[in-house]
Ligand binder design. Structure first.
Ligand SMILES: *Cc1c(COP(=O)(O)O)cnc(C)c1O
Length: 246
């Protein structure tokens, strides 16, 4: 693996500082808009680094970790188990999950952020019935009609939510979204606003579902996302400042 993974005292200190800075900033933005700091969970995205630096981030206090590729998540989860950190680290799968990777991934994760098709939901249903409890999942929503973006449009979401009752091995409790690449802060905020409005609309249409969670915002736009109601932000780059080359 060619990811940065030279863990030492210097990287531990840098990562701790980064974590504390991001955490303080997230709390500050939340308070600015009248929200409790605890209402925003920070998912530390570890895809840029190897397992040792990932563990240093967890040891700095970031116990929710996100990966966008299943194989990397498997590897790090295994490493965490060997380092006896698995009891307090929670893994979030934030990227596309291929159906042939469901079996190995589901037992390792606390949440899937990126459910992006009915087919995947049905395959997870079949596999997930072996889990002790339903897996919390978010639907990845694309409100921009940007073909290059991942995620489901409004009608695909509706088709899936219509069947949510049959999918009892997963619990759909909200949405995940990404802003358009290189969007300005104002554009990102508008897109996050549309995601929240879509969620509010779905919550009305499906009163039996509890769609409280909104996973939106990354290093460049978590501020805008929190202002628009994000309950989870997925932060990578800002947490690895000084650790990654360049
Ligand atoms: C990489 C990634 C992030 C983190 O992005 P940064 O800009 O590095 O903070 C968040 N969400 C997803 C789905 C990602 O793939």
């Amino acid at each position: 693996m060619c990811l940065v993974d030279d863990a030492n005292d210097r990287t531990a200190a840098l990562i701790r500082d980064n974590w504390q800075r991001v955490r303080a900033h997230v709390a500050e933005v939340a308070e600015q808009v009248g929200r409790a700091p605890e209402s925003v969970k920070i998912i530390g995205v570890s895809k840029y680094v190897g397992p040792k630096l990932t563990l240093q981030l967890a040891q700095a206090g970031c116990s929710h970790l996100g990966e966008n590729r299943p194989q990397a998540l498997w590897q790090k989860a295994q490493w965490n188990t060997e380092a006896r950190a698995d009891s307090w680290v929670q893994w979030h799968m934030i990227g596309h999950l291929q159906r042939n990777k469901i079996r190995r991934t589901l037992p390792l994760i606390a949440r899937l952020h990126s459910l992006d098709s009915l087919r995947l939901a049905q395959a997870m249903q079949a596999e997930g019935s072996k889990l002790e409890r339903p897996l919390p999942v978010l639907l990845e929503l694309n409100v921009t009609r940007d073909e290059s973006k991942t995620g489901m449009g409004i009608s695909a979401v509706r088709e899936l939510l219509d069947r949510a009752g049959d999918l009892d091995s997963i619990t759909i409790d909200g949405f995940m979204a990404m802003s358009t690449h290189q969007a300005s802060a104002a554009e990102a905020r508008r897109e996050f606003c549309r995601v929240r409005e879509a969620r509010d609309q779905f919550a009305q249409e499906y009163p039996n579902l509890d769609l409280r969670e909104l996973s939106m915002g990354m290093s460049g736009d978590y501020r805008e996302a929190i202002m628009e109601g994000a309950t989870m932000v997925r932060v990578g780059t800002s947490l690895w400042k000084g650790v990654l080359p360049g």
